[in-house]
Write a protein that binds this ligand. Structure first.
Ligand SMILES: [Zn+2]
Length: 263
């Protein structure tokens, strides 16, 4: 890791990645909703693991149906400026940073030219079951963003403020330095947070945070309490397509949501 670098230089390098080219995007009058898909491990064995074949089919479906995959920076622009690159947008996310995100999911994403975001647990870097720094550096050069899932993966709502600050500040600094980026997004471990967490996340510099609350993400939910769409193992492709119909059609998705029960 570099040590001879000062904060100003890091800030300078970080700004380039942050600016989003919105040429060709359209401005909308109503708030745009984004389906933020939530995956964990791409393997099999429990209710959080989506098998490779299922994941592959879902990514192919998104590609075949013309979905535009957003980076976190693009998602921020969509939500805060009500501009969209396409009527069909999606943010693909993985929690925890399992090694199979690199060995299984990444080749599939690459094949279809799709962007995705991994919420990494700071202390799990290099664990046998989790991503290494090298794997993350490789992916971060190829459209996969690494964002924060804290350092220790503890329920933030049960921690004193000082410890929450540690979890949020240190993970941001760690990933800012490791990927020479401005880490803007956070996923709360197990979706748990309290009012203190929100203030601490804001002060730490996060611009967006996701929960495990079901639904599409929109700025009126609060940028630090965005909803997600959980993809479960065993979900059929028609069920996935139906979820995307409900949550994944940009501005009109917001309308559909009002008249459709949660599935
Ligand atoms: Zn997690």
């Amino acid at each position: 890791m570099r040590t001879n670098i000062n904060t100003d230089q890091i800030h300078y390098m970080n700004t380039a990645k942050e600016s989003v080219d919105t040429t060709g995007w359209s401005k909308t009058n109503t708030p745009v909703h984004i389906p933020i898909l939530m995956f964990h491990s791409i393997s099999s064995g429990n209710s959080l693991r989506v098998p490779k074949e299922q994941f592959q089919q879902e990514m192919k479906w998104l590609k075949d149906n013309g979905y535009y995959t957003l980076s976190p920076e693009e998602a921020l622009t969509v939500l805060t400026e009500n501009k969209e690159p396409s009527k069909k947008i999606v943010l693909i996310t993985f929690d925890d940073g399992y090694k199979d995100n690199y060995t299984v999911a990444y080749p599939i994403l690459k094949k279809y030219g799709m962007k995705a975001t991994i919420f990494m647990i700071g202390k799990a870097i290099g664990y046998k079951t989790h991503l290494s720094e090298k794997q993350m550096l490789d992916m971060s050069q190829h459209d996969i963003s690494i964002e924060s899932h804290t350092i220790s993966h503890l329920d933030l709502n049960s921690l004193p403020a000082k410890q929450q600050e540690f979890e949020l500040d240190h993970s941001k600094v760690l990933f800012d330095k490791m990927f020479k980026q401005n880490t803007i997004m956070l996923a709360y471990p197990s979706g748990r947070y309290n009012n203190e967490t929100l203030a601490i996340a804001k002060a730490a510099g996060y611009k967006m945070a996701v929960t495990t609350e079901p639904g599409s993400a929109a700025s009126d939910e609060g940028m630090l309490t965005l909803h997600r769409v959980r993809i479960s193992p065993g979900m059929t492709l028609p069920a996935f397509a139906r979820l995307m119909e409900i949550y994944g059609i940009g501005t009109s998705g917001a309308q559909a949501l009002k008249s459709t029960k949660h599935v």
